[in-house]
Write a new protein. Structure first.
Length: 104
């Protein structure tokens, strides 16, 4: 099955503590059905200072389930589903709300 969400896509969070926030996908893990989105699902790890590293609070974006993400429609800026269609000999993704082709 073709990937509906890919690296570089702008998405909106549908559920969870970051509901309604928008961000860009930085990494997709299809085997785990998860993605890492910039600025979303941020976790803070407290580290102790050592001889080699500075201690403190380190923020890290954690993976979020793909079912909790929706693509942002390039035309309207709202959440939309993704469809596939053939344009000539090429299979392209499109936003179901506006019919706009996504990246290609």
């Amino acid at each position: 099955m073709a990937a509906k969400l890919r690296k570089g896509d702008n998405v909106i969070v549908l559920s969870g503590k970051d509901k309604g926030k928008k961000g860009e996908i930085t990494r997709v893990m299809p085997a785990d059905n998860k993605a890492v989105v910039s600025g979303i699902n941020v976790s803070v790890r407290h580290t102790k200072q050592t001889q080699n590293t500075q201690g403190g609070r380190i923020s890290k974006e954690m993976p979020i389930n793909l079912s909790n993400l929706a693509l942002v429609d390039p035309k309207t800026g709202e959440a939309t589903r993704v469809g596939f269609r053939m344009e000539g000999d090429k299979k392209v993704r499109f936003a179901k709300k506006s019919g706009e082709v996504i990246n290609g």
